[in-house]
Design a protein around this ligand. Structure first.
Ligand SMILES: Cc1cc2nc3c(=O)[nH]c(=O)nc-3n(C[C@H](O)[C@H](O)[C@H](O)COP(=O)(O)OP(=O)(O)OC[C@H]3O[C@@H](n4cnc5c(N)ncnc54)[C@H](O)[C@@H]3O)c2cc1C
Length: 282
């Protein structure tokens, strides 16, 4: 049992972990070990680097700083967070318990650019299996995705719905898990229906009847994880107060996932506040 688990090792997560650790809390960082920083060539607007610094170097420096402080860091992908007495953070490979959780998984991917997805949001397009599966009890549904997160959503749906088909939209399905469902790897042209989703049409003009599609592309984002546990989301970001508390007690969020200025300086500020705020829970 940890005092706090930080999900993400970008500037927000590392800073939150440092502040929490320096107040003697037991801290675990779980991260897929990448960051928006890795996509950044040169950073010239962050304090203290007169000649700029590459994103990769800044990211590695952050990891080193956390490790030097004795912070435990596990490389894994978080697929779900649940609460009952304490938080359980479920990853692809294991489960971890904590009294508090700090979400700092950056900004989420854009919604897949497939005709019908925006139009049918709330009318068959869902972003949360655990929240919406029951609405499609005994129906044929699909999961859009090809990675571990998609497989996790499949497992959530299977006991409730009639059938689940995985739609990878032209991508290869992840190979390290056994999948008990139909997998269609064909590229998708559109989702169609009258007032609600009724079918998916593929690029080769074939079709399949479905009543819902659960979007689970790539990795679960902060927004996906927060939504599952009941935290308030608005537009594309998690709602927090000035202490970086979400609407779920004990669950904090910081950095790009809370919206606003998507810059390192803001991620650092919010990480510091989150790392200090978790103290109040102990
Ligand atoms: C091309 C580009 C250029 C940029 N240039 C600048 C610049 O010049 N100056 C500036 O200030 N900012 C710049 N930014 C923005 C800056 O990189 C971000 O604001 C900052 O990295 C946000 O930090 P964060 O910690 O919130 O998220 P991130 O740095 O994105 O970190 C997110 C972390 O969460 C982890 N993660 C995500 N999902 C999961 C999961 N399900 N399970 C486990 N781990 C997960 C990731 O592995 C990562 O460790 C740039 C961004 C981009 C993309």
């Amino acid at each position: 049992m940890y005092d706090t688990i930080v999900v993400g090792s970008g500037p927000a997560g590392i800073t939150a972990a440092i502040y929490a650790k320096r107040r003697n809390l037991s801290v675990l960082i779980i991260s897929k070990n990448d960051s928006a920083l890795q996509k950044t060539d040169k950073i010239e607007n962050y304090y203290g680097f007169p000649n700029g610094i590459t994103g990769k170097e800044l990211y590695q420096n952050g990891l080193k700083q956390a490790k030097n402080l004795g912070i435990e860091l596990i490389e894994d992908e978080v697929v779900s967070i649940e609460f009952s007495n304490n938080f359980t953070v479920e990853t692809v490979n294991s489960e971890y318990e904590a009294k508090t959780v700090i979400l700092s998984t950056g900004t989420n991917r854009t919604t897949p650019n497939i005709t019908g997805i925006k139009e049918f949001e709330g009318k068959g397009v869902s972003y949360c299996a655990v929240c919406d599966a029951y609405f499609f009890k005994e129906k044929d549904v699909a999961v859009l995705g090809s990675g571990n997160y998609a497989i996790h959503e499949l497992e959530q749906l299977k006991p409730i719905v009639k059938s689940v088909t995985i739609l990878t939209n032209g991508n290869e399905i992840v190979e390290n898990r056994s999948i008990e469902a139909e997998v269609i790897e064909k590229p998708i042209k559109s989702f169609k229906g009258e007032n609600k989703i009724q079918e998916v049409e593929f690029e080769d003009n074939t079709k399949k009847q479905i009543s819902a599609v659960f979007i689970a592309q790539g990795t679960a984002s902060s927004k996906d994880l927060a939504r599952k546990i009941g935290a308030r989301i608005e537009e594309n970001h998690i709602i927090v107060n000035e202490n970086m508390e979400t609407t779920v007690p004990g669950l904090f969020a910081c950095g790009d996932c809370t919206g606003g200025l998507l810059q390192i300086s803001k991620a650092i500020y919010e990480g510091a506040i989150a790392g200090l705020s978790v103290l109040k829970e102990h």
